[in-house]
Design a protein around this ligand. Structure first.
Ligand code: AMP
Ligand code: ZN
Length: 136
């Protein structure tokens, strides 16, 4: 199987526009930006989904995401940012290596927000219980 493209970026085997690097984290510009400055933040350790990272790895990653988000906002003079992660294929994850998207947003940039739905009578309570029982 071909090696993960983001692992190759971490190793320098594929070029990238690096924004930040430390022992555990690598950040670089998305090659097809939603807006200029769209940055990807990844753990150097390969894993597909967020839930596979240890609490320590997650803590480090989130700290980096927060630091880089502030830099992206300042550097692009953005009004705001979307900080998102597609956690699995059905959620739109194409590259199977955990990555946060930091997307600079500008007033009136025309990007559409999520579409919202609604619950049927009693459905919200059932969903609340279904999710809640998996949280220790
Ligand atoms: P996702 O759809 O969440 O898996 O996002 C993958 C992202 O990786 C997309 O936004 C791509 O534009 C981006 N991408 C793919 N290959 C590269 C690359 N070589 N350098 C930078 N970004 C890339
Ligand atoms: Zn990888």
């Amino acid at each position: 199987m071909a090696e993960c493209i983001f692992c190759k970026i971490v190793k320098g085997e594929i070029p990238s526009a690096k924004i930040y690097e430390d022992d555990e984290t690598y950040a670089f510009l998305d090659i097809a930006p939603v807006n200029p400055g769209h940055t990807l933040v990844i753990p150097k350790h390969h894993t597909e989904k967020l839930g596979s990272l240890s609490d320590k790895q997650l803590g480090h990653l989130m700290h980096s995401v927060n630091t880089i988000t502030k830099a992206v906002e300042k550097g692009t003079k953005a009004d705001a940012t979307n900080v998102t992660l597609n956690n699995g294929e059905a959620a739109g994850q194409v590259v199977k290596h955990v990555h946060f998207h930091i997307i600079p947003r500008f007033k009136g940039d025309g990007l559409k927000p999520w579409q919202h739905g609604k619950y049927e009578e009693g459905e919200m309570k059932k969903v609340q219980e279904k999710i809640g029982k998996f949280i220790a």
